[in-house]
Design a protein around this ligand. Structure first.
Ligand SMILES: C[S@@+](CC[C@H](N)C(=O)[O-])C[C@H]1O[C@@H](n2cnc3c(N)ncnc32)[C@H](O)[C@@H]1O
Length: 203
């Protein structure tokens, strides 16, 4: 039997993510650091927002977030739980210029689902929706290659949710001079990396 993919995985498991992560504020220090770097700028895109729990936290610390996710069910729940936040159902690899421009794109564990041959397009899409000197804040996996964590069984269904780890050099090669590294922050555990980048003016 063929395995289900990323969209099915997040559609089928969204209740669990919602139950756990609206309560769990593990990512709050990262979000506060994003806010500090942004200074008085507030317009951010939560890329791969799932059911909107970190988008909610972004709003709660004074940012003006929009959430975007590939899973229709995630977006339906996000909208329902957060009437004061805009959410869109789309693929981060699509042209997102209809959303306008942002001061930062915040990607927490979402670029991890992008295959290497689509990474450059992914960074181009992000670059294109950022204001001049806008930021890319991302949380990515520390391991390299396609991870065993890709393969999951849930309710007797097998999934390949395609999780990839990329080292910093590979990520930067795929950025193709579109972003400048600002700094790394210590992550909540050693499976993750927190990277802070700024849009380059030379591209
Ligand atoms: C591991 S979850 C992380 C969710 C949330 N950002 C968090 O911090 O827990 C990855 C999310 O990225 C979304 N996603 C995966 N590929 C995507 C794509 N190409 N475009 C938009 N969202 C995507 C998934 O639907 C899922 O909700």
């Amino acid at each position: 039997m063929s395995k289900k993919g990323i969209i099915d995985y997040y559609n089928d498991t969204v209740e669990q993510w919602t139950e756990q992560w609206y309560k769990d504020s593990t990512m709050l220090p990262f979000l506060k650091e994003c806010k500090k770097i942004l200074n008085d700028k507030i317009d951010v895109l939560d890329l791969g927002c799932n059911s909107g729990y970190e988008t909610r936290r972004m709003k709660n610390i004074g940012l003006n977030p929009t959430g975007l996710d590939l899973s229709e069910k995630c977006i339906a729940i996000a909208k329902n739980k957060n009437r004061d936040i805009k959410f869109v159902h789309d693929n981060m690899l699509n042209d997102l210029s209809y959303l306008g421009k942002f001061d930062a794109v915040i990607s927490i564990a979402s670029i991890i689902h992008i295959k290497e041959d689509k990474l450059e397009l992914c960074f181009k899409r992000i670059y294109d929706i950022l204001n001049d000197s806008g930021y890319l804040f991302m949380v990515v996996r520390a391991e390299e290659g396609k991870l065993d964590a890709s393969y999951k069984t849930f309710n007797n269904h097998e999934y390949d949710r395609e999780i990839y780890g990329y080292n910093k050099e590979l990520l930067e090669r795929k950025m193709n001079n579109r972003f400048i590294f600002i700094k790394e922050m210590k992550a909540h555990d050693n499976h993750w990396k927190y990277y802070f980048y700024q849009k380059s003016t030379i591209n």
